[in-house]
Design a protein around this ligand. Structure first.
Ligand code: C5P
Length: 218
C-alpha cells in the first residue's frame, strides 16, 4: 500500500479518537492522538504545580519532557499516562496550555516527525490546516454540543461522581471557544476537508463513511 496520511479534526467530544483508532486498525496504519500530547504536557504542568501563565517555567519543563506513543499507549517521561490525561482537571486546563506558541511548535515538530515516513491517521484540531496540510485525506468530524456533552459525561461519570451533564456541556463550550479563537492554528475546518456530522450517526456508520471515501479516493 502506498503511504497515506489521514487528518481528522473537530471539536471536543465529536468522536474523533474513537473513530481514528478503528480506522488505524482496519487500515493497519499508525494512529497519532495529538490531543493526548497536549494533555500529557498539561498533566505534567499541573502535577508540578506550574502556574499556566508562567511561560518561562513552561518552556523549561518542555525541554525536559518526552512524550511518545507505543502500542497505542501514551508515555510521559517513560510512564504510561493513558488514564491520568483524561481527568476533568486536565480537560479544563489543556486548552490554555495548547495556546502557547512554544508548546505548539515543539509538539507539531514531533507530530510531523512521526508522520514523515509512515502511513498515519492523526486526529486533533489543526491537522488538516497546519500539521499535515498535504494529507491524502482530510475529515472534519463534528456533532451538536449537547450530543458531544452527553458522550463526554458518560465517560467522566464513571470516575468523577460530582459532575453534571450541564457542567460538562458548559466546559466543552469553553474549550471549543478557546480552541477556535486562539491566534495560532485555531480549530477550523480545512477548505478541502470532508465534513461529517455524527450527531445522529453511530460510530460504525461514521467509520464506514470514512472508509468509503478512502477506498474511492485512492
Ligand atoms: O482531542 P482532545 O480533546 O484530547 O484535545 C485536547 C486539547 O488539546 C484540545 O481541546 C486543544 O486545546 C488541544 N489540541 C490542540 N491541537 C491539536 C490537538 C489538541 O490544540 N492538534
Amino acid at each position: 500500500m502506498k503511504k497515506i496520511s489521514i487528518a481528522i479534526d473537530g471539536p471536543a467530544g465529536a468522536g474523533k479518537s474513537t473513530i481514528a483508532k478503528i480506522i488505524s486498525k482496519k487500515l493497519k496504519i499508525t494512529y497519532i492522538d495529538t490531543g493526548a500530547m497536549y494533555r500529557a504536557l498539561t498533566l505534567k504542568l499541573l502535577d508540578n504545580k506550574i502556574n499556566l501563565d508562567d511561560i518561562n517555567s513552561i518552556k523549561k519543563i518542555l525541554t525536559n519532557t518526552t512524550i511518545d506513543f507505543k502500542n497505542n499507549n501514551i508515555y510521559l517521561d517513560g510512564k504510561i499516562v493513558n488514564e491520568q490525561i483524561r481527568t476533568n482537571k486536565v480537560n479544563n486546563n489543556v486548552s490554555k496550555v495548547a495556546k502557547i506558541k512554544e508548546v505548539r511548535e515543539e509538539l507539531v515538530k514531533k507530530q510531523r516527525q512521526i508522520a514523515c515516513n509512515k502511513s498515519v491517521v492523526m486526529d486533533g484540531r489543526d491537522i488538516g490546516t497546519y500539521v499535515l496540510p498535504y494529507a491524502t485525506f482530510k475529515f472534519f468530524i463534528t456533532a451538536s454540543v449537547e450530543e458531544r456533552g452527553k458522550r463526554r459525561y458518560k465517560d467522566l461519570i464513571k470516575k468523577e461522581k460530582d459532575i453534571t451533564l450541564e457542567k460538562v456541556i458548559e466546559e466543552i463550550k469553553i474549550r471549543d471557544k478557546i480552541d477556535s479563537t486562539r491566534e495560532l492554528s485555531p480549530l477550523k475546518m480545512s477548505k478541502d476537508a470532508i465534513l461529517i456530522d455524527t450527531t445522529y450517526k453511530t460510530i460504525e456508520e461514521t467509520v464506514n463513511e470514512i472508509l468509503t471515501y478512502i477506498k474511492e479516493g485512492r
